[in-house]
Design a protein. Sequence first.
Length: 611
Amino acid sequence: MAYIAMARKWRPNSFQDMVGQEHIAKTIENAITGGRLHHAFLFTGTRGVGKTTSARILARTLNCTGGNPLHPCGECPSCKDIAGGNPMDVIEIDAASNTGVDNIRDLLEQTQYTPMIGKYKVFVIDEVHMLSKGAFNALLKTLEEPPPHVIFIFATTEVNKVPQTILSRVQRFDFKRLTSKQIISRLHYICEQEGIKTDPEALGILAEKADGSMRDALTFFDQAYAFTGNDMSAEAVHSVLGIPPNELFFSLLESIANHDIKGCFEVVDKACSIGVEFAPLLDGFAKFIRNRLYIRVGGITAEELNISDALYGKLQSCAANLSNGDLLRVAKILTDLQGSLRHSTNPRLLVESSLARMAWLDHLTDLRKALAAINDTTSASEQSKKKVTESAVPSPTLKTPPQVTQDPLETIAPTPAPENAMEVLNASFAIDFDLNEGPTSKNDFAIEFGNQENNIFETGPRYTRYDICNAWPEIIRECFSQEVGFFATSLSGSSLDHGDFQANPFPLKVVYRAALAWGYEQMTKNKDYQDRLINILEDLLQTKVALQYTLIAPQPGEKLVESRPVSAWESDLENELILGTLVEMFQTELISTRKLHRSNTATESCEDEPE
Ligand SMILES: [Zn+2]
């Protein structure tokens, strides 16, 4: 018997079988039963979520003569015709390869003829946004007044490229990306039906790799099944899909936390020996770091992170000696590495040297004393400010920056420490504090210098309105790796909810649970943070946004986190008295803040302060 790919064999045949798109199935079913069927539909959503499958189901449902208006019977001539692969009443074209006016004219000509078997002739145009302007115009007339037996179904991954004239003449349905849970549950069902022995971890790996696409999930499932047969273990799935096992990430993070560069290199060796390529290794490690950070910040469950309870537990105790700031810096080095890997002629060296930088994190410049010197007397910082304002560039007579730079800066910047302030122009620095440990001494700081070349977010819409809520954890993660600590942490643990998709400005709601009331308070009392968040969201969506904040009342038994007291030095930081001066002196920008672990290892660099 010929082998039928799982993706084909288990393709849904009715709206009931569709996973994750219940909202669409319900609306269409209501329209069919209520006799209010539109003649043109637009199915939009990311790839592999069931748009063309739904188009075929709709065609079957409308044409089935089996008697049940919602369940194609599979037996009648029309059902058999459509299932046969080359149906007479369903005409599918791919606009990606049929973009021109002539293609559309050919298609429109066929609308004149009545259907051969069923009641409707269904025209499916896939990737409709690829049509030329002329082709869209040719469509308009028929779309306005189609023959009664004609149904149009347009599918697209990029609805923003579909002209408004078309959008206003179709009924639009937005397909959601599938959650890992939905994919796992469908795969589990298929395994049961097929008698395939597997474990939740194996299906979890497939679902994660599929990234919201059911079609991809089934393709990977097929790939794994071809390799493992009826006994599909997590290990086999890892190996056949080239996905690095989690043990590699645990070893890597532990090695970084223990400043064990040799250990880092051994992980690279291991990855190479089991055939894992660098790109998936780094992608996987980035996800791993993200999960570690989220767990550290607290209030996020294993389910919300789409990981197993066992992995969650292991992550909680992994690399406990790394601070939040360290993790953020690892994340920063990692994203830089991912960006430059593609263009590298020697990827292995690049990966290893970046891992070495991560493992050297503790060798950060300790500038507490330098900062303390400025912090101690307001007059000192006022003076510095004055001097900076007096001249356009930092005055060479200002001795603080030069001494600041005599520490082992080369661990952060590859160039030798500059000799005077002029040479650190355009450098960025961070003063980091650790959220988990509470502030101690007022002067307990570290400052990190480095170049921050990338803007926080690229221009142009990066998400659709329909994606933005799903992408929220990712957006928070970016804020964590790129933004000032207070602002980013006030977002942690929140979720994003949306109002009417058509409304302008687009209504969005940041939702906090009572356990994370701290973030809510920070956000609602701080106009600057609210503006900043609106800017970020509007940049990502390229549309006006109306933002609200909601705090969900505590569940019975939920443990509340008290508002974190803000120490004197933190409020100083907030007011940017000291930072403002430093930023001006170095003509640089603030990246993040962190409290130092060390009690007193200040250098003597500031003994001869001019002030
Ligand atoms: Zn039928």
